[in-house]
Design a protein around this ligand. Structure first.
Ligand code: FAD
Length: 385
């Protein structure tokens, strides 16, 4: 994959020209937009809003099938207490509210696809390509990739990948598919315990295997699991999976080496592994942007990366004093939006306006303020953004 800065042997112009000649061969439409946002976590979503207020159109891409980033993937039901003016909300609720808030700006959503390539074009715009072959021509790119794309920690024993998707899963897509299964669950966190308790009614048998006596899951869930174990409703083993057992090519179980040093064969027709997710920076690391400690280096005025026109907001960026908090990311999106406006229309004065009083913003938001007739387009402060 080529980065925006090109390969070692090619100058920027050469790369762009060669890339442009390939562009002529692209089958299908290229989406033209002011900005492509890479990542639909809370910060990427709010970037849509800040760009929208300035009249800029965005398309947003995420490798996950749903918007929400860490809030949805890691803690959908846990409470967040430090979102201004929202004393408490869950991860899911925050994302629902953000989606509601950005609706007026009608951003294009492209979920379940990773942004794999970003190329600079001769005209100063960017050509962005996703893993599903969606092509964009954008005036600016905002990377809101958080800690990267989430990948499950996989079971790394011989033959495991052969069963993936059929008998070995890292996520429950449909609980009904485990009805009457002999189910083996691996893990000691909330997902492992929650699904153990949830599926015990549905599956024919459930065995939970965890490698150590301490659990990361909520103590109440752990206590309930032991109650069910004592009542003979499920089995629990402390140990490590050694081997996949097969019968006629189908999953038949696993062998587990338990803490007492004994290797036991545990029969199972379905295997659920919840060893957590680990983020992978993925293609972002290949785009030729200045990186340090897996974060994109930006200035704290525009949140621009080492390549003009490419910005980075949220957990993915780093600058002196950076705090990986949602509210810091929200602030960054506002400044990045003004910088993008200036990048797209250099020299044009951009007045900062209040959403309370600006008729232009009311039009963009699709709202009619009660005092719309009398409101003037009062600048909050003027200057070049
Ligand atoms: P993310 O939420 O990480 O979203 C980034 C998105 O980019 C992901 O969906 C990923 O799939 C996508 N992506 C990455 N690379 C690509 C690519 N190449 N193509 C397409 N998509 C890509 N913060 C607080 O402020 N308050 C809290 O109380 C709080 N509690 C937390 C609790 C937990 C358990 C955790 C783990 C975090 C918590 N945080 C909290 C941190 C907060 O969740 C993050 O700061 C926030 O999610 C960062 O948002 P983001 O949009 O920058 O990135």
């Amino acid at each position: 994959m080529r980065s925006v800065t090109g390969g070692a042997k090619a100058s920027r112009g050469e790369i762009l020209l060669s890339r442009e000649s390939q562009l002529a061969l692209i089958d299908g439409p290229v989406i033209d937009t002011d900005a492509v946002i890479v990542g639909a976590g809370p910060v990427g979503l709010f970037q849509v809003f800040e760009l929208g207020l300035l009249g800029l159109k965005a398309h947003i891409v995420d490798s996950l099938p749903v918007a929400g980033g860490q809030c949805i993937e890691l803690y959908p039901d846990k409470p967040i207490y430090d979102i201004p003016a929202l004393p408490v909300c869950t991860g899911r609720e925050l994302i629902e509210r953000l989606l509601e808030q950005i609706r007026p700006f009608d951003a294009g959503f492209h979920l379940g696809q990773e942004v794999t390539e970003v190329h600079g074009r001769e005209d100063g715009r960017f050509h962005v390509v996703t893993s599903r072959g969606t092509h964009f021509r954008a005036g600016a790119v905002v990377i809101a990739g958080g800690v990267g794309s989430f990948q499950p920690r996989r079971l790394s024993v011989e033959g495991a990948e052969r069963h993936e998707g059929r008998a070995l899963h890292y996520k429950v897509r449909d609980p009904a598919s485990f009805t009457d299964a002999d189910l083996l669950i691996l893990g000691g966190g909330d997902s492992a315990l929650d699904w153990t308790l949830n599926l015990v009614e549905r599956a024919r048998s459930v065995v939970l295997v965890h490698r150590r006596p301490e659990f990361r899951a909520a103590p109440a869930s752990v206590a309930r699991m032991f109650e069910l174990r004592d009542a003979g409703r499920l089995d629990y083993l402390e140990g490590q999976v050694q081997q996949i057992l097969e019968s006629n090519g189908e999953l038949a179980g696993v062998s587990v080496r338990t803490v007492d040093g004994v290797t036991r064969r545990v029969g199972a027709t379905q295997l659920l592994v919840f060893w957590g997710l680990h983020p992978k920076l993925g293609p972002i690391a290949d785009w030729g942007l200045d990186l340090s400690r897996r974060a994109l280096q930006v200035d704290a005025e525009k949140f621009q990366t080492s390549i003009p026109g490419i910005f980075a907001v949220g957990d993915i960026n780093d600058y002196p004093g950076k705090k990986k908090l949602i509210l810091s990311g929200f602030h960054e999106t506002a400044l990045a939006a003004f910088a993008i406006q200036s990048h797209l229309q250099p020299g044009k004065k951009v007045h900062l306006q209040y959403t309370t009083t600006s008729p232009i913003m009311h039009r963009r938001l699709g709202v009619v303020a009660p005092d719309a007739e009398s409101a003037t387009d009062t600048p909050r402060r003027s200057g070049t953004a």
